[in-house]
Design a protein around this ligand. Structure first.
Ligand code: 3PY
Length: 250
């Protein structure tokens, strides 16, 4: 049985006070989530320390949305994986399409970040996904394969055991468009086959989340697909009732 995970990616939203209230709302409803479904919230850096305190012993895990590719030093504005881990966060989102697109994050940089995050006991939630024009040119499988081979396939199997993958078609992020459940399943099965070519049967154990306008109204159908193990949730994770409703959609 693979893990079932619902992770909220808050992106650059909420003040610390709003974040505290949102976590309190999530915690008030967490008892409704079916046993075996893991919840993760990914807050801005500024919220991590109080969020870790608030989430202590709740069973809800905490993630950062990025980390540096260096241990420490003269990197103004960056936050090292060791610093993130010291907050109490246990996951870090890496490779989100917004980081790739707006901050020029390359596969090579993401491999450095992924390796360093793992070294500091942060489990990467590693995002992959194609742009609209890539899907329309029918190169979406090649694009996703390249993203996986450049980073995830460079890891050892011990490292892979700590990684969660998130397939987020870029054309479905913040657009309100969602991949159909068939499109999600097709790509998730493909991702697993790329992992299997390197890691064999271990590919069956890797949790692959779907991301991209996942909401209470569509989560059920998407999560019912055999290779979809949960969701990385954007906008809907900012409303506790919606986030919890999604977590109840398995
Ligand atoms: C979205 O659903 O918009 C996301 O980008 C989740 O990471």
């Amino acid at each position: 049985m693979r893990r079932k995970i619902v992770a909220g990616n808050w992106k650059m939203n909420t003040t610390p006070a709003e974040g505290k209230a949102l976590i309190a709302d999530v915690l008030a409803k967490v008892g409704e989530v079916p046993a075996g479904v893991e919840l993760i919230v990914s807050t801005p850096f500024t919220h991590l320390i109080p969020a870790a305190e608030q989430l202590a012993n709740s069973g809800v895990a905490l993630a950062a949305q990025n980390c540096a590719n260096h241990e420490s030093g003269a990197y103004t504005g960056e936050v090292a994986p060791a610093m993130v881990a010291a907050t109490g966060a246990t996951y870090v989102i890496l490779g989100h399409s917004e980081r790739r697109e707006y901050y020029g994050e390359t596969d090579a940089l993401l491999l450095e970040k992924t390796k360093l995050a793992l070294k500091h006991n942060l489990a990467p939630i590693f995002c992959i996904g194609e742009k609209l024009e890539e899907r329309e040119s029918n190169i979406h499988f090649d694009v996703v394969k390249t993203q996986i081979e450049a980073v995830v396939c460079q890891l050892s199997s011990e490292e892979l055991a700590k990684v969660v993958l998130a397939y987020e078609p870029v054309w479905a992020i913040g657009t309100g468009k969602t991949a159909t459940s068939a499109q999600a399943q097709e790509m998730h099965a493909f991702i697993r086959s790329v992992l299997a070519a390197k890691f064999g049967k271990q590919a069956e154990e890797v949790a692959i989340l779907y991301g991209g306008s996942c909401k209470p109204s569509n989560a059920n159908e998407i999560f019912a697909q055999p290779d979809v193990d949960g969701g990385l949730i954007g906008g809907a994770s900012l409303v506790a009732a919606d986030f919890i409703a999604i977590a109840k959609s398995f």
